[in-house]
Ligand binder design. Sequence first.
Ligand SMILES: CC(C)(COP(=O)(O)OP(=O)(O)OC[C@H]1O[C@@H](n2cnc3c(N)ncnc32)[C@H](O)[C@@H]1OP(=O)(O)O)[C@@H](O)C(=O)NCCC(=O)NCCS
Length: 178
Amino acid sequence: MARPEIVCRAACGVDEGAVHHRIRHEVFVLEQEVFATSDVDAHDLGDGTVKVLGWVASPGGGWEAGGAVRLYPLEPGIWQGDRLAVLAPFRAWNLGSHLVRFAVDTAALLGGLEMVAHVQAGNVRFFERLGWWRRGEPEVYVGRPHQLMAIDLTVPTLRRHALYHSDQGPETSARTSA
Ligand SMILES: CC(C)(COP(=O)(O)OP(=O)(O)OC[C@H]1O[C@@H](n2cnc3c(N)ncnc32)[C@H](O)[C@@H]1OP(=O)(O)O)[C@@H](O)C(=O)NCCC(=O)NCCS
C-alpha cells in the first residue's frame, strides 16, 4: 500500500498543543506505561521547547495528527529530542522517521551543533538508520533500558538527508563530514 503524504511542523496554539500532549499520553502513559499518570515535565514549560506534530493526509481529504516529538536545548549547541510517539494506527508509514528528521533539522536550524536522545533499546536500529550513533553503554532511563544516542547537526542538511537509510555507519558518515 502506498504510504500517505506526511507533514511535520511545530504545534501551533492551544488546540494543537493539546493534540501533541494527547498523542504522547496515549503512547507513553496508556500504551507503554512508562509513566503512571502523566509524561509532562518541566521541559514542557520551557521557552525553548519545540513541540512537534506529525500530520498524515487522509484518503478522504484533510489531515490527521498521528505523531509527536519534542526538542529543547540542554546547553549552548546541544539539543535533546524526546517523547517521539506515533499512534499505533499510524505506524510503519514513515511518520516516525519524518518526525525524527524534522526534529534534527529544526535543532540544526536553531543553531544546534549536536542532538542527543535517550532511545529505548528496541528502537536503536531505527535511529541508526536515520544517521544517529550510540554513545556509551546502555543505561536505565525512566526505569527502562535505553541507549544514549547522538547526531551531528553540523553536517549540511542535504548531506544528512542523503545519509538517511543509506545503512552507512555513522562512524564513516556524519562524523567524517565537512
Ligand atoms: C518507534 C516509532 C516512533 C516508529 O514510528 P513509525 O512511524 O512506525 O516508524 P517508521 O514507519 O518511520 O519506520 C521507518 C522504518 O524503520 C523501521 N522501524 C520502525 N520501528 C523500528 C524499530 N523499533 N527498530 C527497527 N526498525 C524499525 C520500519 O519498519 C521502517 O522500515 P522501512 O522503511 O524499511 O519500511 C513508533 O513505533 C512508536 O511510536 N513506538 C512507541 C513509542 C516509542 O517507542 N517511542 C520511541 C522512544 S525512543
